[in-house]
Design a protein around this ligand. Structure first.
Ligand code: SF4
Length: 296
């Protein structure tokens, strides 16, 4: 892969209203993602709304919204209703976060004006922010989800070439759990023929459970129309034997055949039942200063 070009831009808004999701707002401090997962659904989003190509336009050209945390803080001052998810269309802990600290500064703003927060990442840099995650968690629930579709090294290297190794993500998860934070695993997306066997799913579930993950969820691969050619080209280059099977499985559009998805769900349920994913017990919240004053 070639190098990544970063372009600093100014944004007018940070909180993005979403519909039909388990959260009300999303936060994406970057546009594009150097983690470069071949299957990434955000490539389609990038093509649709930013008119960039789904390949290098997404993973070799990343926009840095340099004023993002300041805009977020101003928005949080005005309203804080609902819950927020960080990293729905980009990874909040892709390598450039080490320089700009946009995600860290967003978490600091949220710790000051708290909202229930979830964060999804493949980045191990999240452990750097355990301190601020704990500050926020003392006021509102925070859950960190690690995206770990497989532990298979060959699949990881080819399908997620810019990401930390899956076992490093497991290690980061363990560190968050040891710090008392809520952290689970999204085994997603599950790639047909590459990471959908019971053995592959089980390897992820076992490692997640041993690291103390509080949840284990999956999502089947969706291939949006915008990335269909791109993804099939990836398959043709790296796993050509799979191309005819995919063509058949996705003959109806962006979702895999329903029978396949049902069977996958049953497979995941079987695996999940073999391991323990213990929900974190409710926490004692720090009393608000105002409440303390009233009680005195
Ligand atoms: S880490 Fe997430 S946002 Fe980044 S390329 Fe991979 S799937 Fe897309």
């Amino acid at each position: 892969m070639g190098g990544v070009t970063y372009r600093e831009v100014l944004t007018k808004s940070a909180l993005n209203r979403v519909q039909g999701m388990p959260f009300d707002w999303s936060l994406n401090p970057w546009a594009g993602c150097a983690h470069a997962c071949r299957y990434c659904y955000a490539r389609a989003y990038n093509a649709r709304y930013r008119e960039r190509d789904v390949g290098a336009g997404f993973d070799r050209n990343v926009e840095v919204k340099v004023n993002f945390a300041d805009v977020l803080r101003a928005e949080l001052r005005r309203h804080r209703k609902g819950s927020v998810a960080i990293g729905t269309a980009t990874d909040p802990y892709q390598p450039i976060e080490g320089k700009y600290r946009l995600t860290r500064r967003c978490l600091q703003a949220l710790a000051e004006f708290p909202m229930p927060t979830s964060l999804i990442t493949k980045g191990t840099m999240v452990v750097r922010d355990i301190d601020v995650l704990k500050q926020l968690d003392a006021k509102e629930d925070v859950t960190v989800y690690f995206s770990i579709p497989t532990l298979r090294e060959d699949v990881w290297r080819k399908a997620e070439p810019g990401t930390p190794a899956p076992l490093q993500r497991i290690r980061a998860l363990r560190m968050l759990r040891e710090a008392g934070l809520d952290a689970g695993v999204l085994c997603a997306p599950v790639l047909p023929g590459l990471s959908d066997s019971e053995a592959s799913l089980e390897a992820v579930a076992r490692a997640a459970s041993e690291a103390g993950a509080t949840a284990f969820h999956h999502r089947p691969l969706k291939i949006d129309i915008e990335i269909r050619d791109y993804y099939f080209q990836f398959l043709a280059t790296e796993f050509p034997v799979l191309v005819p099977g995919y063509a058949q499985l996705y003959t109806g559009g962006s979702h895999a055949d329903r029978g396949y998805e049902r069977e996958l769900e049953e497979r995941v349920a079987r695996v999940r039942n073999r391991y323990e994913f213990r929900l974190r017990p409710p926490r004692q919240r720090e009393p608000e200063t105002e409440q303390l004053q009233l009680a005195m």
